[in-house]
Design a protein around this ligand. Structure first.
Ligand code: GLA
Length: 726
């Protein structure tokens, strides 16, 4: 049993694969946190509680035990502000009289064998769930805290529901998804920072007294700071030490905070960003927060990553796609941008049709008056000036060539220069009377409004219904400004960003789930909305608009800290690279793209005959390793953000096979010998290393390493395929 309540000591034990999460109902009926970490026995942990308030602590009325008379000394499962807890809190409610005093005590609990869904938001499935109900000491407000644990992965999923059972309307000022207490004050935090075209770079800093936080205020999880934070022991590295990973299943403005308090402990919390947020909770209504996934490893950061990867592949990503062969696409964007017609597209299809590439994706520019990025967004009507005969001509051409057909949409957007905007200027987000910001010449549609969502669903569905489309790329090229809806009254305007997320999930439910036979890829100007909620709908996301192989080693390295390789869409593109101007070997570009859902974005007119011939071999090589990319365990061996090298090792779950991709950034004459030390192999098994033509035991390969040849080439990859010998 994963969840156990010991009535005698009023303690809950939540047990995942290698984690225990323990809390109890204390002498004041407060639900007090006792422990989170590696699996422990079901003991009475009250002996280890913090004790001793100081002169400056405020005593809670009615508490007589002078050593433990202040909430400031308790570890909390739900943290509130106003009655003696001075840390950051996870819930703040304002009552009609302006009071913000909330004090939640134990009410009841239930262990659920089926994990309840969160209304209107994606979340993980499966696992055993505890619903813990708390009640405000001073009002009829109730809170349900949900905790889900799994026997096969070391994660705990949490979220909160707040129910207003009073007779009056309340205002939520803050409603985070979780509070997590940690027993020490000397941790590091690891986050993933970035920007457009350089998303998710790892950044590690020490926590200090006070608060360290990451957030988004952009109405999207954003490429700037991923909704991820790991709390690490100071000595934790990739392969040793405690690592607690925190990832929000959420796509709009969020915050994650880590606070070191004055009593030697720390508190981590987060969820919907409460900056510019409030939510009117009418009498009788319930508010649900998004889910947070908390992963635990006592074997370093790499094992924490593997835990996220397994949890997402098993419980988050649509099962029908998670292990299914991924389309190997050729996308026309970098080849043509907006400048194409049937003949130009057919030329690309002709070149690749016998290469093994199996899907042609027609990117931006096929609709409305879209000859550049200044016009047409929102008008999902085929531009027959460019595409004579409509989409059908190019779709039929594709299908006759044995390729599937994919199409680009940006459903949430509108150009002011579009028929949609001319008909419904009020549908674009703006504040009346104030000139709005444009991003890439476009505005964002107010999808908090049902009639706007209905238009989008109908316009996109019409194209999907009327054409034989196999694949959709769903883009989102700018974040939100103005933060105002004509559909909301003044006292609800601060609900806007969360309502945007709810609108987005509704669109995904209706479009993605409405066309289950179509494969949907996510995109947001590259990786600007790469989060678990999007992965619930899109099994893969365009990782970055930066397709330079060297930059991709770093971007894919950082992304893998939280997200499985199968979720990263990666393309081999033409050189000099369009984002960096760099030229890298063709083989390198495909070797790096193969460490994800591989594909191509090539101007076939500029390819050499040799390159064209090479593609077939590259696709064949991908097919051989695809199972490891989709289902294997990842071991990060060399960090390209910190050294001249990059190396990933992918190992089959049953250890029968492995694939190693190493990369040297710059070559140096007469360089030092470089060895790669793979991990994760079966130590006693004998593996055949195809590229070296030798057989070695797993322990030898891991301990003696593989030597990288010293060739005078920059940006060179070295690939090794290992198979267990009979
Ligand atoms: C974004 C995407 C690109 C491409 C363009 C089209 O930048 O990330 O891959 O689809 O939009 O406008």
């Amino acid at each position: 049993m994963a969840i156990y309540y010991d009535q005698n000591i009023q303690t809950f034990f939540l047990e995942g694969r290698n984690l225990s999460y323990v809390f109890g109902i204390n002498e004041t009926n407060f639900v007090e946190h006792y422990y989170f970490g590696a699996r422990i026995g079901r003991d009475d942990l009250r002996y280890a509680l913090a004790c001793g308030g100081d002169y400056a602590e405020s005593a809670v009325p009615g508490l007589t035990n002078s050593a433990r008379n202040s909430y400031n000394n308790y570890g909390a499962e739900l943290s509130t502000y106003g009655s003696s807890d001075y840390h950051e809190c996870s819930l703040q409610i304002m009552f009609p009289n302006g009071s913000r005093l909330n004090e939640f005590l134990y009410d009841s609990h239930e262990i659920l064998s089926e994990k309840p869904a969160i209304t209107g938001m994606p979340s993980l499935s499966g696992g055993e769930t505890l619903r813990l109900t708390l009640k405000d000491k001073n009002s009829e407000v109730k809170v349900n805290l949900y905790y889900t644990v799994y026997e096969d992965v070391s994660v705990i999923c949490r979220h909160m529901e707040v129910t207003n059972a009073t007779a009056e309307d309340l205002k939520l000022l803050r409603a985070y998804s979780f509070t997590l207490e940690l027993p020490r004050n000397n941790y590091d935090v690891l986050t993933l920072e970035g920007a457009w075209a350089r998303e998710r770079y790892p950044e590690r800093i020490p926590m200090h007294h006070g608060v360290v936080s990451v957030d988004s205020k952009a109405g999207a999880s954003s490429g700037r700071l991923n909704p991820f934070m790991a709390v690490l022991d100071r000595n934790t590295d990739e392969y040793q030490g405690n690592a607690i990973g925190i990832n929000l299943v959420y796509s709009s403005s969020y915050v994650l905070k880590a606070e070191v308090g004055s009593k030697g402990s720390s508190r981590v919390m987060g969820g919907i960003n409460d900056f510019d947020f409030s939510w009117k909770l009418a009498a009788g209504e319930t508010f649900e927060t998004p889910e947070v996934v908390i992963a635990f490893s006592d074997n370093g950061i790499n094992a924490m990553s593997q835990t996220f990867h397994d949890a997402y592949r098993r419980y988050l990503i649509q099962p029908s796609y998670v292990t299914a062969h991924r389309p190997i696409v050729i996308n026309n964007w970098e080849a043509t941008y907006f400048n194409f017609n049937n003949e130009r597209l057919m030329g690309i299809i002709d070149v690749v049709k016998d290469s093994g590439i199996d899907t042609f994706v027609l990117d931006d520019g096929w609709f409305g008056a879209r000859s550049n990025d200044k016009a047409g967004l929102g008008d999902w009507v085929v531009n027959t000036d460019k595409l004579h005969g409509g989409l059908k001509t190019i779709i039929d051409y594709c299908h006759n060539a044995g390729l599937k057909f994919g199409l680009w949409f940006e459903p949430e957007m509108v150009n002011p220069n579009s028929d949609l905007y001319r008909a419904h200027p009020d549908w674009a987000i703006h504040v009346p009377g104030i000139e709005p910001c444009l991003g890439r010449n476009q505005m964002v549609l107010d999808i908090t409004r049902e009639e706007v969502r209905d238009y989008i669903v109908e316009a996109v569905s019409k194209i999907l219904r009327e054409h034989a489309i196999d694949y959709v790329k769903w883009d989102f090229n700018r974040v939100l400004t103005e933060n105002y809806s004509l559909g909301l009254p003044a006292d609800r305007q601060q609900e806007f960003h969360h309502r945007y997320a709810l609108g987005l999930y509704d669109l995904c439910e209706r479009l993605v789930n409405g066309f289950p036979e179509i494969f949907f890829e996510g995109c947001a100007g590259g990786g600007g909305r790469f989060d678990p909620a999007m992965l619930h709908y899109f099994p893969q996301i365009w990782t970055s608009d930066d397709t330079d192989a060297y930059m991709r080693t770093q971007i894919q390295y950082g992304t893998s800290i939280c997200y499985p390789l199968s979720t990263m869409s990666c393309h081999t593109s033409i050189c000099p690279n369009h984002q960096t101007g760099r030229t890298t070997p063709f083989a390198t570009r495909s070797d790096i793209a193969h460490l994800g859902a591989t594909g191509y974005e090539l101007d076939t007119k500029k390819m050499t005959g040799e390159e064209i011939a090479e593609v077939a071999g590259q696709v064949k090589a991908y097919h051989e390793m695809e199972d490891l990319v989709l289902n294997g365990d990842l071991y990060r061996i060399e960090n390209p953000c910190e050294s001249n090298y990059f190396a990933f090792v992918l190992v089959a779950k049953d250890k029968s096979e492995a694939h190693i991709t190493a990369f040297r950034t710059l070559c140096r004459a007469n360089d030092e010998v470089k060895r790669i030390y793979p991990k994760g192999l079966a130590p006693n098994a004998v593996y055949e290393i195809r590229e070296l033509g030798i057989k070695l035991t797993g322990s030898t390969i891991m301990q003696v390493g593989l030597v990288l040849p010293n060739a005078p080439v920059d940006f060179k990859t070295f690939v090794f395929h290992l198979k267990k010998a009979d």
